[in-house]
Write a protein that binds this ligand. Structure first.
Ligand SMILES: CSCCC(=O)C(=O)COP(=O)(O)O
Ligand SMILES: [Mg+2]
Length: 227
């Protein structure tokens, strides 16, 4: 069955882990306290602070305590939806100020452009919020790549290591799972996508093998027509 859609992870797949860990996360950690204090009453921010109180089991937490919880989650790299939403809002300011530029590997840029031109529908699935996904590709070192994508999925579709999340995404994309190719650097994510019926390809940019999945070190090695 030929591939119709390609769904890609970001961190470690289209973009360097080091960009996320050494640039994006520290930027969010540095600006989070000031951002939350300044915007605590803004409806979008207030909604996320409420979700932190709920998820942490601390319904009475004041703003300073919520900041502490968020900093703890940041340190643990917790893929919590309210943290991810707030990170996206903070990064938006960094991209707008010219302090951030999204890293996308040149081989990923070239392949994504080629696949789009050939008619494949391209989608993103990342733990980063949809806003953060649009920013990394929209304000990338290679320019605005968002016209290449047909849609974005984040943790609101479910955790990346659970097959059910990929079933939700398949339904949203609207084509059979067997026509969707999922790309990731994490074997548990590939396993979950495969369990939901998707085809998979692992990215091991430092070399090596993602057990049970075709593995490549660059997008240049992926030919969706040959999968
Ligand atoms: C949208 S860039 C920031 C990515 C991020 O916040 C993250 O947690 C990485 O998640 P991924 O699912 O892309 O590995
Ligand atoms: Mg990844």
């Amino acid at each position: 069955m030929p591939i119709k859609a390609i769904l890609t992870d970001i961190e470690g797949t289209t973009s360097a882990v080091s960009f996320v860990f050494d640039v994006l996360f520290p930027y969010a950690a540095k600006h989070l306290p000031g951002f939350v204090r300044e915007h605590a009453e803004d409806p979008e921010v207030a909604m996320q602070l409420g979700a932190v109180r709920l998820d942490s089991g601390e319904p009475e937490a004041d703003v300073e305590r919520v900041i502490e919880i968020l900093q703890q989650w940041l340190a643990e790299d917790r893929k919590a939806t309210p943290l991810k939403a707030l990170q996206g809002m903070i990064w938006k300011q960094g991209y707008a100020a010219g302090e951030l530029k999204g890293h996308v590997y040149p081989d990923a840029v070239e392949a994504l452009r080629e696949w789009h031109a050939k008619g494949y529908d391209l989608y993103v699935y990342s733990s980063g919020s949809i806003q953060a996904q649009k920013l990394i590709f929209g304000c990338s070192e290679a320019g605005d790549l968002t016209p290449l994508f047909s849609g974005y999925f984040d943790t609101t579709s479910g955790p990346k290591r659970e097959a059910q999340s990929y079933r939700h995404i398949t339904e949203a994309i609207g084509c059979p799972a067997g026509k969707i190719l999922f790309l990731s650097d994490i074997v548990e994510e590939l396993d979950a996508a495969q369990a939901a019926g998707m085809l998979t390809c692992g990215l091991a940019r430092e070399g090596g093998e993602l057990a049970g999945h075709k593995t490549v070190s660059s997008f240049a090695e992926i030919d969706p027509a040959a999968i």
